[in-house]
Design a protein around this ligand. Structure first.
Ligand code: MSP
Length: 647
């Protein structure tokens, strides 16, 4: 595989808040990508940190009676503590108050100015302090609220002298850039959002403020502090070694491979940041990957609602690697997801305890019993299990290196785990053991299982480093065995190695009642409904107005996988203009992989609900024959895009 440097960043988080499950998600995802690339032997740089300037932080510090820097120091200590507990392997923790950062921001400013893109003007419009974002009157929600759907806080009117960046000049160059680099913004549907925003024409951007002090002064006019987003975005350059004498590092790592962000800050990364870099004549990052947002038990996470998820508490209750696994496995980087205790417990019990844990404990127990705890002689890897490993590993590498998708990488590891469990049942080593003439076959089956587990261990290490190091120890290996190279070819697990059975790595967790959000009364009502409908004889006419209540759209299925611990349900992510999570009772009729790419019909305004702890935001239409054949409704021809209205 091509060995190229890999530079991944997270957003730098505001210090007016503490780490939570959302910020932990981005940071874990970046960590998983960085660990994968390090494991593959690629030069890797992983940057995270904090955004410490700006009005919002100044106000938060004031409330605590602290100077902003002292306030930030306290919060930074907390971030570092949580990231260390989450096993985050960043190479640098950057703070916008770091000494080397200011010089880089000034350098960028001067380059943009030299290019004729900065001028002094007067700003008169609205400002959302929480988002540190400017809005025009027309963009506001009724009641003068911030139009960001995750914010909606009151905005402030601002009229002040300000330096402007000629963003308008970059409307065309940006559109051209998106056209020529369709993978600049990932996933692809997010690029469409960006394009449609830019194609309406961009206004110049106010990039300095005079009404507060907490920020970097502009290079030549200290009455102005630099807009916090100019300051913040530049952290990616500072972290790459730009201008601090470390030019070799910069030469290696810039442009960044991928800026991992939440969808809330896409505009800053996919519009402002490339425009600043174009203006300064610097290369643009290769990708901006915008993931979705987590809701908590179906609702927006907020301290006041009491559904704030503290990563530290979750680790204490369920274990670090279970949390890392859940976050990476539950949704791909892109659509929104729902964090629920039932969902987490379901994943632990089904994927980790049942699938992986059982595979390990059964294989090790049989090695003890039938091979005196010693790894048998290597096979040629040409068994069905060996072949599944090979195929799955190709998909795994592609998921990481092309799609930046730990989710898809995990799906391919699970193909091996499932096949290995099936292999045990099919080969029934306990039956082979009864027949002397099958002794060689038995040893071969054991080797195939152990070698597959070793490979699974290596592949899972980026997601669950702690648990996998323990798993490797049970295989008689240490962490030096965890390298991408060890996946090349079959048979690296050495004959005669002694396995060390240990305690269960993934114990089952008590079930959380999956549907507890539904009140008993509502459940009863829902159960009675079909009976009432059956009682009606003959045809029931619907008014056209009834039909109009249903909003249906063309959806393209992006991914599909079984809902854990069910036989009937599949969990789909469907692009209906925006990607939504849908649970469909079609597992007995379709293989998940056969659904991906299909253009289907989705009822999008069905009230969202949870099925077995998984959020369903709509319904996929299907038809069923009397004999029980079920087929989903698909769209004729290829010329209708996802999101097209059905009426
Ligand atoms: N300081 C800016 C970023 C500057 S980057 C040059 C900022 N900070 S933030 O503290 O508000 O963090 C925003 C990021 O936190 C999101 O982009 C996302 O990575 C993460 N998340 C915050 N809430 C989240 C969820 N509920 N779900 C998933 N991620 C979320 O914006």
């Amino acid at each position: 595989m091509e060995k190229r440097p890999f530079y991944v960043t997270t957003p730098i988080y505001y210090v007016n808040g503490l780490p939570h499950i959302g910020t932990a998600y981005t940071t874990i995802a970046a960590d998983v990508l960085a660990r994968y690339h390090r494991m593959m032997g690629h030069e890797t740089l992983f940057l995270t940190g904090t955004d410490e300037h700006g009005q919002k932080v100044e106000e938060a510090a004031e409330k605590k009676g602290l100077k902003p820097k002292a306030f930030a120091d306290e919060v930074v200590a907390e971030f570092k503590k949580v990231w260390s507990a989450l096993n985050i392997s960043n190479d640098r923790f950057i703070r916008t108050t770091d000494a080397d950062h200011k010089a880089v921001v000034h350098d960028l400013w001067k380059k943009m100015e030299a290019n004729g893109d900065i001028y002094l003007g007067e700003y008169e419009d609205w400002y959302c302090v929480h988002d540190e974002t400017f809005w025009t009157q027309g963009q506001l929600l009724e009641g003068k609220l911030c139009p960001n759907e995750w914010c909606k806080r009151p905005v402030e009117k601002h009229k002040e002298k300000s330096y402007f960046f000629k963003l308008s000049k970059y409307t065309e160059p940006l559109l051209k850039y998106y056209e020529e680099h369709p993978d600049f913004v990932l996933p692809d549907y997010r690029l469409n959002e960006v394009k449609s925003f830019v194609s309406q024409g961009l206004n110049d951007l106010s990039i300095s403020r005079t009404t507060f002090d907490w920020g970097l002064p502009t290079p030549d006019d200290p009455a102005h502090v630099i807009y916090v987003w100019v300051d913040a975005l530049t952290n990616y350059l500072t972290g790459s070694g730009y201008l601090v004498g470390d030019s070799e590092k910069y030469e290696t790592f810039w442009p960044a491979t991928v800026h991992l962000i939440g969808k809330d800050i896409l505009r800053f990364h996919a519009i402002y940041w490339p425009a600043f870099l174009m203006s300064a004549g610097l290369p643009l990052p290769k990708h901006v990957m915008a993931h979705g947002f987590w809701t908590i038990e179906g609702g927006k996470m907020s301290k006041s609602l009491g559904n704030w998820i503290d990563p530290m508490e979750t680790i204490e209750d369920y274990g670090l690697d279970a949390l890392r696994y859940f976050l990476m496995r539950e949704i791909p980087l892109g659509p929104d997801g729902d964090f629920s205790k039932a969902g987490l417990v379901g994943r632990i019990n089904s994927d980790l305890a049942n699938d992986l844990g059982n595979l390990l404990s059964r294989s090790l127990a049989m090695t003890k019993k039938y091979a005196a705890s010693l790894v048998p002689k290597p096979t040629d890897g040409n068994s069905p299990l060996g072949r599944v490993c090979k195929r799955a590993e190709e998909k795994y590498n592609e998921a990481f290196s092309k799609k930046y998708s730990p989710h898809h990488a995990l799906l391919s590891v699970w193909e091996i785990i499932k096949k290995a469990n099936q292999y045990i049942d099919e080969k029934a080593p306990w039956v082979l053991a009864k027949d002397e003439s099958k002794a060689e076959e038995l040893q071969g089956v054991l080797y195939d299982l152990l070698e597959s587990i070793r490979r699974v261990g290596v592949m899972l290490w980026p997601v669950m480093p702690d648990a996998i190091e323990k798993l490797m120890a049970q295989m008689g290996l240490d962490e030096t065995a965890i390298t991408g190279e060890s996946l090349e070819g079959w048979g690296r697990l050495k004959e005669g190695l002694e396995i060390q059975r240990g305690k269960s790595l993934f114990p089952r967790v008590d079930k959380v009642e999956a549907n507890k959000e539904q009140k008993p009364k509502e459940r009863k009502k829902a159960e009675q409904k079909p009976k009432e409908e059956k009682a009606v004889e003959g045809v029931r006419f619907a008014e056209f107005s009834d039909f109009q209540k249903l909003q249906m759209k063309v959806g393209v299925i992006k991914s599909a996988e079984p809902v854990p611990e069910t036989d009937k349900l599949l969990h789909l992510f469907v692009d209906t203009g925006e990607v939504r999570s849908i649970v469909a009772g079609i597992a007995e009729h379709y293989k998940p992989e056969d659904l991906v790419g299909k253009k289907v019909v989705i009822l999008v305004n069905l009230k969202p609900r949870k099925l077995r702890g998984v959020l369903s935001e709509g319904m996929m239409l299907a038809a069923k024959s009397k004999q029980g054949t079920l087929r989903v409704l698909t769209i004729d021809g290829g010329d209708l895009p996802a999101g097209a209205k059905i009426s």
